[in-house]
Design a protein around this ligand. Structure first.
Ligand code: ADP
Ligand code: MG
Length: 253
């Protein structure tokens, strides 16, 4: 299935940073992720978009390594990191995580939260923490504690913490859904530009078409555990695959 022809356009692309092939996961004999394949390049954001229960989070958890697939493979930079017999543990996957309810450590300062996963000398860690907090406009809060920050500020610290160790891959599961509408657009744009600068390959899970349109370089539309349509946001939006996709996208305005 991965046979490439010498003339195929795929040959011209660099090796994907992340590739998942034919992932499947069953719960109670029912496939909740059903033959999902994806490629994500460095610096690219792919949005897994679909209604609640379609298998988005389960897919993300398999990439993170906290859930095991029943079949299929995961590759990073062309190297196998997980199939059904071989498995690189989650902490060695060079993956950054950002979830809606992935809280900051309440007893640690903002600086210590961001430094948490970092290696290197104290000075190196401090420089990276200052760089990122300045980047997300929170330098003045470096010695604050999470409870002293607003929800939007806490999410920006969570973003800085996740990206600090320079993960190859960023996995984000509805990261902005706890924030009110007024804040969301700003933090989406800010997050996107930081992720691009850091050149992470990003998989962003969302049930909101608007978010996927705004943030994705590519959208993978999921339904019932399958990717039913995949492509550039404009193409997916203007050429929906079926009536159900039209109905789903009619939310966007
Ligand atoms: P989404 O993130 O798209 O809302 P999920 O991946 O969380 O969907 O869930 C997909 C389906 O798998 C749902 O029907 C959910 O109830 C089921 N599911 C998820 N995790 C488990 C589990 N640990 N045990 C049994 N069923 C599960
Ligand atoms: Mg989910």
């Amino acid at each position: 299935m991965t046979t490439l022809h010498a003339s195929s356009a795929a040959d011209l692309l660099p090796e994907p940073r992340l590739e998942i092939r034919n992932l499947r996961r069953f719960f109670d004999g029912r496939p909740v992720v059903d033959d999902v394949s994806l490629k994500v390049q460095k610096g690219q954001v792919t949005c897994l978009l679909g209604p609640s229960g379609c298998g988005k989070s389960t897919t993300l958890r398999m990439i993170a390594g906290v859930e095991m697939q029943d079949s299929g493979q995961i590759y990073v930079d062309g190297k196998l990191i997980c199939d059904t017999v071989f498995r690189v543990p989650p902490e060695r996957r060079e993956i950054g995580l950002m979830f809606q309810d992935f809280a900051l450590f309440p007893h640690l300062s903002v600086a210590d939260n961001v430094a948490f996963g970092l290696k290197g000398s104290r000075a190196e860690k401090r420089a990276r923490v200052e760089e990122l907090l300045t980047r997300v406009s929170l330098a003045r809060h470096i010695d604050s504690f999470p409870h002293e920050l607003s929800g939007g500020e806490q999410q920006r610290v969570a973003l800085a913490r996740a990206i600090a160790p320079r993960p190859k891959i960023m996995l984000m599961d509805e990261p902005f859904s706890g924030l009110d509408n007024r804040l969301r657009d700003g933090i989406r744009d800010e997050t996107l530009s930081l992720l691009k600068e850091e050149e992470a390959a990003v998989v962003l899970v969302t049930h909101e078409p608007e978010e996927a349109m705004r943030m994705g370089d590519e959208i993978a539309l999921m339904r019932g555990g399958k990717i039913v349509q995949q492509g550039a946001p404009y193409n997916v939006y203007t050429r929906p695959i079926d009536k159900a996709a039209v109905a789903f996208f009619s939310d966007v305005n």
